[in-house]
Design a protein around this ligand. Sequence first.
Ligand code: NOJ
Length: 730
Amino acid sequence: MLTPSNKYDAQIEALLSKMTVAEKVGQMNQYNGFWDITGPTPEQGDSKRKYEYLRQGLVGSMLNVKGVEDVRKIQELVVNESRLGIPLIFGFDVIHGQKTITPIPLGESASWDLAALEQSARVAAVEAAALGINWTFAPMIDISRDARWGRVMEGAGEDPFLVSKIGAARVRGFQGDDLSQWDTIAATAKHLVGYGFAEAGRDYNTVDVGTSTLYNVLFPPFQAAIAEKVCTVMNSFNVVNGIPATGNHFLQRDILKGTWNFEGFVISDWGSGIEMIAHGFARDLEHVAEIAANAGSDMDMESDAYASHLEGLVESGKVKMEVVDDAVRRILRVKFELGLFDDPYRYCDAEREKTYILHPDHLATALDMAKKSIVLLKNDGQLLPLKKDQSKIAVIGALADDKNSPLGSWRLGADDHSAISVLEGIEALSVPFTYAKGADVSIGPETFIEEIQINETDKSGFAEAIALAESSEVVIMVLGEHGYQSGEGRSRANLDLPGVQQELLEAVYAVNPNIVLVLMNGRPLALPWADDHIPAILECWHLGSQSGHAIAATLFGDHNPSGKLPMTFPRHVGQCPLYYNHFRTGRPGPLDLVFWSHYIDESNAPLYAFGHGLSYTHFDYSDLVIDASDQKAVKVQVKVTNTGAVGGEEVCQLYIHDKVASIVRPVKELKGFEKFYLAPGEAKVVEFTLTEAELGFYNNAYEYVVEPGEFGVMVGTSSDVGLTGTFELK
Ligand code: NOJ
């Protein structure tokens, strides 16, 4: 937690007064380790130069250096050889675990379990810190409404209320209560802002977002992270209102550091400075440095713009000394908070590296999180859970035997092929089964930087799989996306089962329709055929190190699924962007004639709504009571009863609808949720309170207002099923 600015002020000022302009600029310069991991290195950023710059104190931070030995070596170089010995801060993309991999963030978010999400980030922080890392570029809190965008896997979905709560929980998990402890690391709220609105879901594409959406949808998660004292904010690759975020004064100075009073520092995204040239906003690298520094981008990740030009720009007066001083103060403050001035090697303990990596407690957290992330999408005839002594179980699909895909995309610290596969998970329960692959999902190399190649032709394994299905009582089919089909640079124009998997599914169904479909994917998929035909569907994302154990426990009833979708699943890719909290239109329908807002070849409805997720038990909702007598604290109560035969967890969701307002408001907005366990027959009265924080919005004058009028209320088990009522604000 970043403490009030005055705690380290005297030390910061004393240090600042000793620094040359070049050394100050150095603090604003971040280099990648001496190898390429997460992006193209600019030509100028060669290793030799980096090494020299480190030694001269002209680098403030490194990214992608991990392991106590490597971190210590570089820290020693800087501390011992540079004039002032200001320690580096080491950043890494600790996105869903470090070595112990938890589910992809979109999957974790399906848990709606804030304590579990916080704990998952805690474990990631401990492992990263044990490896010398003291700064993560997470949580990503970009709202996205478009399943085509590959990075939806890294976020918490489409809803500003849920994303805000989850982002704050993850910041708490990474940063803890005391940043100076060895096992807490600085977090990054990213990407400011609008990156998830890339047009047509194509990564790095341009963005066009109106102010109402900016203030009411995209900003709130950042405000929540700042309220949680997040140490750093990363800007985004895209333009906002025609201005690249890195060069955007309005976003970084007026809003972030002005209105929101953010005390940490802004890190650019990888090369987002130099990309302003490609955007057509900066003439050359010097211009990049001038624009970015003046706009409030404090640290330059791998553009080499500040290192090359900022000192000169200060001399020529194009960038004022105060601008540089402000950035350096912010950066130094985070370093002080991390305790790096007390001990630059605080994170470099070889013993801890041995003790904490893949610690059994961490694996237990990963398993718990994986179970909580699973969403039961469909369960006709209560096919699930399967009985452990059920005879003749077939398992089909290459992903069932895959130990790599479940690790997801952002798992730079993990060992490849280290996840528990579904086959291993079922074996561990001693349940007999027979496996047939059916068909590969991918062929060729599986790496973070290369495009994955999908098997579009090889069906040679179909016959064996079909024969096995024919002679089995029940078929578990594990299908979906490879772990490297989502993530950065991995947008898709199709949301189907990649390659020949749909064909395999239909061929198996033709001989045995008694199928449980286990989906592994990094984004919502559009699978209307499966929904029409397959009796049971379990959404299992990419669940991380313990994936197979979590899936097997759920298939065979040791775990009752409770996940709820954090993102709408469309029926067809052509519906994207599709999200539950949309505005109305002037032409709602259906109408007899064609002149209403619809498709002539597809329904408007999603396949699975935001918030959807079934259980092996049933929760009954009754007795909705709305009490608006206190207009500043409207009370909403509902009774939830477990009417089924097994215990289970439910996420009770509250939505409101501001019916008439000075700017149009969404048809529904999530404004509360509670997750709880109910034993069979048990009931609970859930109570929500709606205050100004939930009832208002930013109008077009950027004022937060709560307007009188009628509000709709819905409380239920998903965004499309619940009890409804109304109240009036006078
Ligand atoms: C680019 C990504 O957009 C960002 O989220 C990430 O943190 C950096 N690369 C560093 O790897």
